[in-house]
Write a protein that binds this ligand. Sequence first.
Ligand SMILES: C[S@@+](CC[C@H](N)C(=O)[O-])C[C@H]1O[C@@H](n2cnc3c(N)ncnc32)[C@H](O)[C@@H]1O
Length: 457
Amino acid sequence: MELPKAFYEKYQKLLQEEAEDFFAALTKGRVSKGYRLNPSKPDSFAMLTKYGPTKRRAAPYATNAFLGNVGGKTLLHQAGYVYSQEPSAMIVAATAAIKPGEKVLDLCAAPGGKSTQLAAQLNGEGLLVANEIFPKRAKVLSENIERWGSTNVIVTNHAPNELVTTFSGFFDCVVVDAPCSGEGMFRKDPIAMDQWQADTSLKCATRQKEILTAAVKMLRNGGTLVYSTCTFSPEENEEIISWLVKKYPFTIETIPQKNVAYGRPEWGDGNPDLVKTIRLWPHLNQGEGHFVAKLTFHGENPIVNKKKKDGKTKISKKTSTLLNDFKQKFPLPQNSTLQMFGDYVWAVPQAAPDLTGIKVLRNGVELGVLKKGRMEPSFNLAMTATQQTISAFPILKISYTDWLHYVAGETFTKEGNAGWVLLCVDEVPIGFGKQVQGIVKNFYPKGLRFKGEPLAK
Ligand SMILES: C[S@@+](CC[C@H](N)C(=O)[O-])C[C@H]1O[C@@H](n2cnc3c(N)ncnc32)[C@H](O)[C@@H]1O
C-alpha cells in the first residue's frame, strides 16, 4: 500500500520523528476487528460462548466489547446478539456515557455502530433518535436497530438542519460521528485512500461545521456534545473543536480513558483544553485511527412545545379487540403507546416529541400487521425479547440446522402446538413462525432472507 505523496509530506511535517512508525503502522500493520455483545438479549454471554468466536479477548475502550470477527451471515449477528465494530470506533459512544432515561441524538448514524452502543446504554429508558442523511444507508441503519431489539429508538432520514425545528433544545446528548476524510481507515478501506486529495480535509471541515451548527441548536443547556472522526487531520479535529468553542458556549471535558493519546493544542488554536480530546493512532493504540471530543453546552435554545398528534390511523373497535388478544399472547414494550400506521401496529416511544413533517423509518417497535382480520406478529417484536421478557413468549425451540432453513425462507417440520411461536435456537430468538400440523410456516421478512452459512468455529 502506497500512501499519497501529499499525505506523506503532511504527516512527516506534523509528526516528525514519530512519522516513520506512523507510516509503517498504517501501511503494514494488521487491521483490528472487533464486535460488541448485546447484553439485553437472552443468555447473551452463554450464547456468545456457544455460537461465537472460541477465544474471547476484551476490546480496549468499551464494555461488552471484544477483539475478533463475527460475520454478517451468522446466527449471532442476524439475531442482534452482536454488532461488528472496529475497536477504536467503540470509544465514541463510550465517551458519551449516557444514562438510562436521557434523550440522545445520533446525528450521522448509519450503519448504526454508535447507535446500537448508545441504545444499550439507555437500556430501554429515554429516547434515541438515530438519523442518517442518505436513504439507502438509513434503511441499513433501521435494519440494524431492528435486530438490536431496542424499544426506544426512532430512525429518521434527514439532513441535520432539517431536524432543528422539531428538536430545538430537546436533547441531553448529541453525537456527531462526522463524515470525514477517513484517513484512519486507510488500511481497512483502501478506497478511502484512493479518494484522498490534499484538499479533502478542508472540504470535509466545511461540512463538519454545517453539521455541528445544526447539532448545537438541538442541545439543552448543560447537554453533552460528542464529536468524532476517523481521521488524523488537524483541520477536521483540533481545528474544528477550536472553531466550535470560539463560536458557541462550550467547555471541553476530560474523557476518562486509559492507554490513549491526546489532542494537540498546537494543531488547533492553542487552547490548552484541546489536550482533553483523544486521538487514537495505529502506531500507539489498539485499533484504527480515531479522534473524539466531549463538550458541555452552556447556552439556551428555544424549546418547541408542540402538542403530540395521534397516530395516522384510528384504531377501530374490532382492531382494538384484536390488539387486546395480541397483548395477551406477547409481552409488549414498556414506556410506549400503541399507534397504527396503515395496517401496521407500532409501539411508539412515549418520550418522543411530535414528529409531524419528519421522515421516520422506524418509530419504536413494529409489533405486527393486520391481515385478513387477524394480527400477524412482526420480526421486530421477536427481536425485542430480553432475558426478562422471553419466558412470556410462546416459544418453539429449533435446531441450528432449522435456522439455516428459516433464514433462507423455507418451511420446516417440527411437532408442537398450533399457532404463533417465537422460534429460538437454544435461547436465541430468531423470529416468528406459525405452527400448522407439524409444519413451521416461515415469517422471516423477505428482504432479510439469505442462505445461512454452516457454523464454523
Ligand atoms: C462516520 S459515518 C457514521 C458511522 C456511524 N456513526 C456508525 O457508527 O455506524 C458518517 C455518516 O455521515 C453521513 N453523512 C454524509 N454527509 C452528511 C451530511 N452532509 N450531513 C450529515 N451526515 C452526513 C454518511 O452518510 C455516514 O453515514
